[in-house]
Write a protein that binds this ligand. Structure first.
Ligand code: ADE
Ligand code: ZN
Length: 336
């Protein structure tokens, strides 16, 4: 339709996509076979691509999804595997009208399996160069830490020589905090975020996805984050909403993810209209596109249908997501 083509053409920036969450079942099975990885034999979901996709439609919660997410990424072994994964995402993103993508990855989930950090980074960087040359899209990497693990373990990984080198040489733009939210408040990671700030890294954290609005306050105050990933529970706290609007902090909202993981009962329950009315900046993102049934354009279309936005609303959303990006001002000017 005319609207679909309008939404497709909008100059998009994506800020909340976990590269491991772009692992489509077809690539998952292909890599499992090539790398001789045994998928759980006692779970019927791994019997076929269709069975796996059917299981993805029945996620009960963030943790239920994460169980599959961590098993899925166990097929990633070689540099080429990481490159293929990232390239697959960049191709989809470009065809959806993404001009600039800031992508998450979870080094701890690979290092713990004996994969070296350079294998991950070299693979992703090869795909990033190709995306820049062949698709004209700019990209940044955001190194995420797993909050269900002890903060001391996260800090030790943060301080690893090879990871520190990737911060110092600009390969990594910033840090994030992801995985299970309930039971793991942001302030546990205060030391790591303080060090990151001193090193000139940009800082974001998942907060207010399944967890309460308090976790958003906590991430802003204890971690000094510049963005909030998800942040939908902000709608429960009027006072905080005023502060977030006044400070211009951007939320990276992931509509289809929130429905699939049952953080909301339906898209219509998302506070999209409330955020627009309150002057809250937000971008629209896919989170884990291979698991939640859609890339970024599917998320734009779903939001459009649920909230009946007008052209002015879309222009505001796109402008905020360009402004809230961590690219330089020249690149921002090219996109506006
Ligand atoms: N890891 C991948 N996707 C995630 C999400 N939506 N929330 C927390 N951790 C994640
Ligand atoms: Zn996420």
């Amino acid at each position: 339709s005319e609207l679909h083509s309008f939404l497709k053409k909008l100059p998009k920036c994506e800020h909340h996509i976990h590269l491991e969450g772009a692992l489509a079942p077809s690539l998952l099975f292909q890599l499992a076979s090539r790398n001789e990885i045994i998928l759980p034999p006692d779970d019927d979901a791994f019997k076929s691509r269709d069975a796996l996709l059917a299981r993805y439609k029945r996620f009960l919660s963030l943790d239920d999804f994460l169980h599959y997410y961590y098993i899925g990424m166990s097929v990633l072994i070689h540099e080429d595997d990481f490159e293929a994964l990232a390239w697959d995402y960049f191709r989809h993103a470009s065809s959806d009208g993404v001009h600039h993508a800031e992508v998450f990855f979870d080094p701890q989930a690979h290092i713990s399996r004996g994969i070296s950090y350079s294998t991950i980074l070299n693979g992703f960087n090869a795909a990033r160069s190709r995306a820049q040359c062949e698709l004209g899209i700019t990209t940044e990497l955001i190194c995420c830490f797993l909050r269900h693990l002890p903060a001391s373990k996260c800090l030790a990984v943060f301080e690893q020589d090879d990871i520190q080198a990737s911060f110092a040489n600009g390969a990594i733009k910033g840090i994030g905090l992801d995985s299970s939210e309930l039971g793991f408040p942001p302030h546990l990671f205060k030391d790591m975020y303080e060090k990151a700030a001193k090193q000139g890294l940009r800082r974001t954290a998942h907060a207010g996805e399944e967890g309460p609005a308090d976790f958003i306050t906590n991430a802003l105050e204890a971690l000094g984050v510049e963005r909030i990933d998800h942040g939908i529970r902000l709608a429960d706290d009027d006072e905080l909403m005023g502060r977030v609007a006044a400070n211009g902090t951007m939320l990276t909202v992931c509509p289809l993810s929130n429905v699939v993981l049952k953080c909301v009962g339906s898209l219509e329950e998302l506070p999209i209209r409330m955020f627009l009315d309150a002057g809250i900046k937000f971008s629209i993102n896919s989170d884990d596109p291979a698991y939640f049934g859609g890339y970024v354009l599917d998320n734009y279309c779903a939001v459009h249908e649920a909230f009946d936005l007008d052209i002015g609303d879309w222009e505001r959303i796109c402008r905020s997501s360009i402004k809230g990006s961590w690219c330089n001002t020249k690149r921002k000017a090219e996109m506006i």
